[in-house]
Write a protein that binds this ligand. Structure first.
Ligand code: SF4
Length: 343
């Protein structure tokens, strides 16, 4: 596999995506006023259950992960896709946006560069350089929708721009490692002090892809960027790819357990169970809601108030999550660095 690079065109109107010397994509940036379609200060349906202030979402990049360009093993498939099951795969494949456009060729791995799918991918920045988010309540914002990778926006410096303009807020990213973020951009991100980089791992991806993600997580930390690992788990993937699972388990020993956010695989049909259970703060989607809106423990399927069985379909929620999408680890790591410097 070969990582991509992303830079701006000389006039700043297009993002240029290269593999080596070859220019693969020149994508226009849209300048937009605040609209709910890309700036969601109260988060999405799941994140808004987090608490009074919620977790906001900045959909700077969306609907294209460019995975199909890097030439990794299984790169032609959306992450977690199952053979023969059309609408399986990463969450981005099953959104309403994706469903409506399925017949027009929506394909998360290729949107943005394959003829006919360019329009699905979008890169939106605020008009008039208005990056101020102080009028919104959330302390934490997720950058980019789940359908894109933040190593693209970190490469372009847009996450850093949001962070530098809003020093009292925290910016959480999720990266695949498909874009190599230049050293200068990583230093810039570390200097902001309010960016936490998430790197996603799973034993579903090929070994080349997995090793690249692990190497990128280590490289980010070399530049002092706080990192959490979002580990997507599914017992079936580990059984199918024991070598990949061994690599993940070995790597996790290098990390503080609070840096490991386990995300059991889920589709619209339901969740698998947490199998790592390393993090004392719990995993992502450990709490859910049932069809009646009551909180349930997603591993046992039991209601949290009286221990009775959940009713109907359950879905993950963020009630009381102590990870706060990596923001808690950012704070803890900063405190630990401060103590080390002081002692
Ligand atoms: S880490 Fe916590 S706050 Fe973030 S999406 Fe998962 S459950 Fe919600």
């Amino acid at each position: 596999m070969r990582q991509l690079t992303a830079t701006w065109s000389a006039d700043g109107t297009h993002a240029l995506i290269h593999r080596g010397e070859e220019l693969l994509v020149s994508h226009p940036v849209t300048l937009s006023r605040r609209t709910h379609s890309w700036l969601k200060p109260s988060g999405n349906r799941k994140l808004e259950t987090f608490g009074p202030a919620g977790i906001g979402v900045l959909n700077t990049a969306r609907n294209g992960c460019m995975r199909g360009l890097v030439g990794c093993e299984k790169g032609e498939k959306a992450c977690y896709a199952e053979d023969g099951i059309l609408q399986s795969g990463c969450f981005a494949q099953t959104t309403a946006f994706a469903m409506i456009r399925w017949n027009s060729g929506f394909d998360i791995t290729s949107n943005g560069y394959k003829p006919g799918t360019e329009d699905f991918f979008s890169l939106t920045l605020p008009k008039d350089d208005d990056y101020d988010l102080s009028m919104y309540r959330p302390r934490v914002f997720r950058c980019d929708s789940e359908s894109s990778t933040s190593c693209l926006t970190l490469s372009l410096g847009t996450v850093q721009k949001w962070a530098a303009s809003n020093p009292n807020k925290i910016f959480s990213t999720v990266c695949s490692g498909y874009f190599r973020v230049p050293a200068a951009r990583l230093r810039e991100a570390a200097a902001c002090g309010n960016i936490v980089a998430g790197i996603s791992l799973s034993s579903w991806v090929g070994l080349d892809d997995l090793r690249n993600r692990i190497a990128e997580a280590r490289r980010y930390q070399k530049y002092d960027v706080p990192v959490v690992l979002w580990v997507a788990t599914n017992q079936q993937w580990s059984d199918d790819n024991p070598e990949g699972w061994r690599i993940i388990e070995r790597e996790l020993r290098r990390y503080d357990p609070r840096q490991v956010i386990e995300v059991p695989y889920h589709t619209r049909a339901g969740h698998t169970q947490h199998i790592l259970n390393l993090n004392p703060w719990g995993g992502c989607c450990q709490v859910g809601v049932d069809a009646c809106g009551r909180q349930v423990d997603m591993n046992s399927g039991l209601r949290r108030d009286d221990g009775s069985l959940a009713e109907g379909k359950t879905s993950g929620a963020c009630f009381g999550c102590k990870n706060a999408c990596g923001a808690s680890w950012l704070k803890v790591s900063q405190r630990e660095v401060a103590v080390r410097i002081a002692s």
